[in-house]
Design a protein around this ligand. Structure first.
Ligand code: SF4
Length: 184
């Protein structure tokens, strides 16, 4: 599926009965998929993203930007497993994750076939791990990674919201992303 069609479909999506009542905007990702070697995957949007309609534009996004800027990651793509705010930032249900992951599958497929020399996918938190497990059939764990082939790595760090609440964890997460970036 072409990406333009994908995002049109997401904007019109009404698959989750609960979420179509809590969301204002299904969120769109940040970054240009065709132009990146690094893809971050979060779980679901928060209140700020619900208003802006763009992934990771709130406090968690600022923290993620700090990691990106510190490590000088020039081209990146940030997306979510579930695209609609659930009203209280609670975990999404399994049914909601299953409804939304076909969209993530399309993004990951475009990412892995975008012609770049390396592909690094980084999950942001345990809820995102769950989504990636469904898409890639991998067992994800925080601060662990899988090498899918010589050009492709999938790893996991803590969610930026957790890092904000636990500032002492910032360095460990930053260094793990740095480690993943130099592996391939
Ligand atoms: S979370 Fe995903 S599947 Fe559910 S309504 Fe929103 S866009 Fe559709």
């Amino acid at each position: 599926m072409e990406l333009d069609n994908l995002y049109k479909k997401i904007l019109e999506c009404r698959k989750c009965p609960r979420l179509i009542n809590t969301r204002k905007n299904p969120v769109m990702p940040r970054g240009i998929l065709e132009n990146t070697e690094v893809m971050f995957v979060g779980m679901n949007p928060g209140k700020v993203e619900n208003n802006t309609g763009i992934a990771f534009t709130g406090k968690s996004g600022k923290l993620l930007n700090t990691i990106i800027d510190t490590l000088r990651i020039e081209n990146y793509f940030i997306t979510n497993v579930c695209r609609c705010w659930n009203g209280d930032n609670s975990p999404n249900t399994d049914a909601e994750i299953n409804n939304c992951i076909p969209y993530l599958k399309v993004e990951i497929s475009h990412f892995l076939n975008n012609g770049k020399n390396r592909h690094i996918i980084i999950c942001l938190g345990k809820q995102a791990d769950l989504g990636l497990e469904k898409v890639l059939k991998l067992k994800m764990e925080t601060f662990k990674y899988h090498i899918l082939d010589k050009n492709t790595i999938v790893g996991s760090i803590q969610h930026p919201a957790f890092i904000l609440r636990n500032p002492g964890s910032f360095r460990k997460n930053l260094e793990f992303v740095r480690y993943l970036l130099q592996l391939i």
